[in-house]
Design a protein around this ligand. Structure first.
Ligand code: SF4
Length: 332
């Protein structure tokens, strides 16, 4: 059975923070906060759709700092979600939310657990305190560690979100952040390369020339490393890059935004693995076996991998092999 999220976008109106990359102040007047009854209606409507597609769903309160919103409002949304999970457990299999690490305490977790929360995602963004300070996050890496420990001790799934290329960031800091996420026992991870939006502090810094984020190639190389690290640790990366959005495209000033970013990063990993295996085997002509699902990533966008390897003196033909990620033999 497939699984998906039914996302309920809850902006943190009145958020006291001023994170450099955030545009919630700009858009909060334009997006209406959903009422508990609107959530009930949404979940009822989606019930039929999910059943028709033989799909289960988690109800996901995303968009801001769920546990920082007005408490009565938060509880009303949780009640609506909990009703759906209780009435239709065969379809609605859990509730998840995203929030800030410093908006997690035992009392808040008591409430979340009472209403059947199954996963909490923390917007950690970086585990480097200087990067957090420069980007006015208003919390430290120690807050992420403290909140992560509390979430894990409750038996909830811990999601950690990181950004790359923030003001003051370096690729090495991002790799350290990934190492610390792994040490914290993250169950899932999301990676968001920074997109600089009009109307944000980062936008001002970018326009003044004081801030340059990582370039596209640098970001692809970094994301490939991060995917490899989390993959080796057995931690699913459930999102890489912002969702495709016309709004983001219209309002972005700079940064890295590409609808196929994950595919491009995975393709980079295939290139590295093919190259090192061909070097190890020796020779110039190879047969490469892989599952049909991997072929486009293996060849690369615009045949980039194939052509790069060719320019290095390696040629290969691909044969499909169900369930195989990568197996290479010298061609006969
Ligand atoms: S990203 Fe920062 S400023 Fe934006 S809503 Fe979250 S905490 Fe507030």
């Amino acid at each position: 059975m497939k699984q998906t999220n039914i996302s309920v976008f809850v902006l943190h109106n009145g958020c006291p923070h001023r994170c450099t990359f955030c545009d919630q102040r700009t858009i909060s007047g334009e997006v209406k906060a959903p009422s508990a009854d609107e959530v009930r209606t949404l979940l009822n409507e989606q019930l039929q759709v999910l059943r028709a597609h033989n799909t289960r769903a988690e109800i996901a309160f995303f968009g801001g700092s769920f546990t920082g919103i007005e408490r009565g409002y938060m509880v009303s949304l949780l009640e609506a979600a909990h009703e759906a999970v209780t009435a239709h457990p065969e379809v609605y299999c859990g509730i998840r939310c995203s929030t800030r690490p410093d908006f997690i305490d035992e009392e808040t977790l008591d409430i979340l657990c009472r209403y059947g929360m199954t996963a909490v995602e923390l917007g950690a963004q970086s585990m480097n305190d200087e990067v957090l300070r420069l980007n006015e996050r208003g919390h430290t890496a120690a807050d992420v560690e403290r909140a992560s420990g509390m979430i894990k001790r409750r038996g909830l799934s811990l999601g950690l979100q990181m950004m790359t290329g923030l003001y003051g960031d370096k690729p090495g800091y991002c790799l350290e952040t990934a190492e610390r996420f792994i040490a914290l026992g993250a169950d899932t991870v999301r990676i968001y390369p920074t997109v600089i939006l009009e109307g944000t502090r980062l936008g001002e810094l970018y326009k003044s020339g004081e801030y340059r984020t990582f370039g596209f190639d640098e970001t692809v190389e970094l994301c490939a490393k991060l995917l490899r690290m989390f993959g080796e640790a057995g931690i699913p990366v459930i999102r890489l890059g912002l969702h495709a959005s016309r709004d983001v495209e219209q309002r972005m000033l700079g940064g890295v935004y590409h609808p196929a970013l994950r595919e491009i990063a995975e393709s980079r990993i295939f290139f590295e693995d093919m190259h090192s295996e061909m070097e190890r085997l020796g020779g110039h002509s190879f047969t490469v076996y892989t599952d049909p699902a991997n072929i486009s990533k293996m060849i690369g966008q615009k045949r980039e991998n194939k052509e790069k390897l060719h320019s290095m003196g390696f040629d290969f033909t691909i044969k499909t092999e169900q369930g195989t990620r990568l197996r290479i033999e010298n061609a006969l």
